[in-house]
Design a protein around this ligand. Sequence first.
Ligand SMILES: *Cc1c(COP(=O)(O)O)cnc(C)c1O
Length: 460
Amino acid sequence: MIHSYFEPYKTKMVELIHLSSAEERKNWIEEARYNLFNLRSEQVMIDLLTDSGTGAMSDSQWAAIMTGDESYAGSSSYEHLRDTIREITGFEYFLPTHQGRAAENVLFSVLVKKGNIVPGNSHFDTTKGHIEYRDAEAVDCSVEEAFDLNSRDPFKGNVDLGKMEKILKEHPASDIPLIIMTLTCNTTGGQPVSMENLRAVSRLAKQYGIKLFIDGARFAENAWFIKTREAGYKNKTIREIVREMFSYADGMTMSSKKDGLVNIGGFIGFRDETLFREATTFNIMFEGFITYGGMAGRDMNALAVGLRESTTEKYLEARTRQVTLLGEMITKLGIPVIQPYGGHAIFVEALGFLPHVPREEFPAQTLAIELYVEAGVRGVEIGALMADRDPVTRKNRFPDLETVRLAIPRRVYSDNHMKAVAEGLHRVWQRRDTIRHGLHIVHEAPILRHFTVELEKVKP
Ligand SMILES: *Cc1c(COP(=O)(O)O)cnc(C)c1O
């Protein structure tokens, strides 16, 4: 077989993986109370828990770290980042924050009031948290295809314009401070939003006099999907597509831990100076002075370089190709996964994988644990554990999708690691009929229980 494809980067430094046996992992996960968040990183061989802040920086980024300017005010690193954000997004004003949720906190401190409604596609959990914390409501207007396992729609991140217009009609504009479009939509599987949909949402927002913001954590991956899936964009550059995407919005919030290609950081972009000034007050209170806002000068420098690297065709081709490779290997084994494959992760469908495990015994968590013990691969449950209990009835909520998410860090693992993940999953798949019992909870927190939950194996 001839291989003409290769990654557009090479390795300058390596991090050794602590190798372990299934027997060791069996003990470790029992000690960790069957909660993958409780494992020490050395107990994991291939860590697909999250793609957030887990990427590898380039030598150019490390070089930029060394020339960071740590001046409290007027830092050149701030100017470097500001000019890069202007060029790439088109937003004239920006505020640095320590990560994405901080950007949400600052922006919503200005915009979101009690009783407000914030429509969009499926909001990210911290976004929803910051909206609900203010006694406002995040309304999910995603297309129905987003929740349909059998749909192969190329843009499952889109909103249903009918659903959205209904919300805008039913409520006065004064109750809707902003619309948020999340690109790509993590909650529904890293699925992209089309340019056509973004344009239409922008038109609706203007018509009803409402601001449109983009949650841009994975904006570059979204641009890649527009280029490769949407008519009319094949010959446009990623930078051109990114500029057009942001041209429809009044601003953005960013978790730089994803497509910023850095390990920590975030920012808010604004078109309007008045809103920028209002947000500045909150940024100074919560994050830091305007010219650093929770980031070190060196980190702003690295982010500026990261934004340039992530918005190139070659980088995005390698990135999405590797996610697709894992998806295809798993699909070929007959294992059910959400399709089309997302931009940053593969979601294995646990109800199809472990049909004998009752939903009350958390099939996705059970599968995640089996995969860890089998292959030393750590994924994360996106299912009933994470969906938590109904706040009123305190009954377990069982979402439509019960999945194990395998999120792939950027530029960290090779295709051979992906093969090992698929093989590990295959070995679990081959003995799936013997897995008839799952887990039950021995301890849980009142909210966000999945982080600290303690579980036990259900005894046959
Ligand atoms: C990660 C993320 C956030 C929150 O950002 P943090 O940097 O983790 O605080 C918000 N929205 C989306 C879509 C994200 O993926």
